[in-house]
Design a binder for this molecule. Structure first.
Ligand SMILES: Cc1cc2nc3c(=O)[nH]c(=O)nc-3n(C[C@H](O)[C@H](O)[C@H](O)COP(=O)(O)OP(=O)(O)OC[C@H]3O[C@@H](n4cnc5c(N)ncnc54)[C@H](O)[C@@H]3O)c2cc1C
Ligand code: FES
Length: 285
């Protein structure tokens, strides 16, 4: 018989209990997207693997999955980057310094950064998809000598929609990282590339037989990029995508996030493209 003493933190009800965190800073990335830093009110920082997410609870409004966008080497404060698209995310973006929220997690399988060590790494992000990939970039740059060539391709709707602009500038100024940025729609003060991210792929160099790629953004973007990378010889088992599905429990109990044989909260959100490609094709039909 299972007693309360046997209950692990990953079992309900403990895993369903949010911990109180307080907002310590807010940075408006764009008109609708904010990066928040949160400190744990109990003082226990939350270590995480790049690509993991938390369940973010705004008291009285609701709870949503949000990827951790901070630096895995400095997890003292929890960092999230949130785009306002509905009731809960609008409430998050409207929070102020000192406000209290509930956080549980981290959950999910993150990006296979270890597998990329010693190989070329290609990171492709679209829109808010750079948020879950930022911890990968920060981790890789902190241990740059362990990786082969590193390329980052980022696309946003317009120049005003670009996230982490200061960091993008600093990544672009480095000689040991190839960073390409494009927008769908230009603006008067934009002198960079215009067009979809796939247009930038021919510019980057990598050894297809020794490359790991990590893709996050709209599903159509990930599919097009994955197919293009596969055409250039990168095996589908070394192409990783982050597939988001609506979540409730986030611990593999409720089935809300089921996608084929996987529960995306537990088995994902990051999966090898080889495993998920067929399901993505069917879900589009
Ligand atoms: C693992 C995971 C990580 C995520 N990380 C982030 C993140 O770092 N930053 C961030 O801003 N958002 C992230 N999201 C998306 C975020 O959870 C949703 O935007 C949020 O649940 C919407 O809730 P809402 O109440 O604000 O809006 P709702 O009223 O629930 O939805 C508003 C609109 O957004 C659409 N929507 C809802 N959920 C999603 C989704 N998962 N993907 C695409 N469209 C959706 C709905 O269909 C609807 O059209 C993540 C989702 C998952 C599953
Ligand atoms: S959200 Fe409940 S099983 Fe994934």
């Amino acid at each position: 018989m299972v007693t309360i003493a046997d209950t692990k933190v990953t079992d309900p009800p403990e895993a369903m209990l949010p911990r109180p965190f307080r907002v310590t800073s807010l940075h408006a990335e764009t008109e609708d997207t904010v990066t928040l830093e949160l400190e744990p009110e109990d003082g226990n920082s939350l270590s995480f693997h790049p690509g993991q997410f938390t369940m973010f609870y705004v008291f009285g409004i609701g709870e949503v999955p949000i990827s951790i966008s901070g630096d895995p080497h400095h997890p003292k404060n929890l960092v999230h980057t949130v785009r306002s698209v509905g009731a809960v995310t609008e409430a998050i973006v409207g929070l102020g310094v000192g406000d209290s929220v509930g956080i549980r997690g981290p959950y999910g399988v993150g990006w296979p950064v270890g597998e990329a060590e010693g190989k070329d790494l290609v990171v492709v992000a679209g829109g808010i998809g750079l948020a879950p990939l930022r911890p990968v970039v920060l981790d890789v740059l902190a241990r740059r000598d362990r990786f082969g060539g590193v390329s980052i391709i980022y696309g946003a709707r317009s120049p005003g929609d670009l996230l982490f602009e200061d960091e993008l500038r600093s990544w672009r100024s480095r000689f040991d990282v190839e960073t390409e940025v494009t927008v769908d729609r230009s603006a008067d003060d934009w002198f960079g590339d215009v067009g979809v991210v796939t247009g930038l792929l021919p510019r980057i160099s990598f050894d297809p037989a020794n490359t790991v790629a990590m893709l996050c953004g709209p599903e159509i973007m990930m599919k097009v990029v994955a197919n293009e990378m596969a055409t250039r010889g990168v095996g589908a088992e070394r192409l990783y995508v982050s597939v988001e599905r609506n979540m409730k429990c986030a611990i593999g109990f409720c089935g809300h996030c089921q996608f084929g044989q996987d529960f995306m909260c537990r088995d994902g959100p990051v999966l090898p493209y080889a495993r998920i490609a067929e399901r993505l094709r069917v879900s589009e039909l």
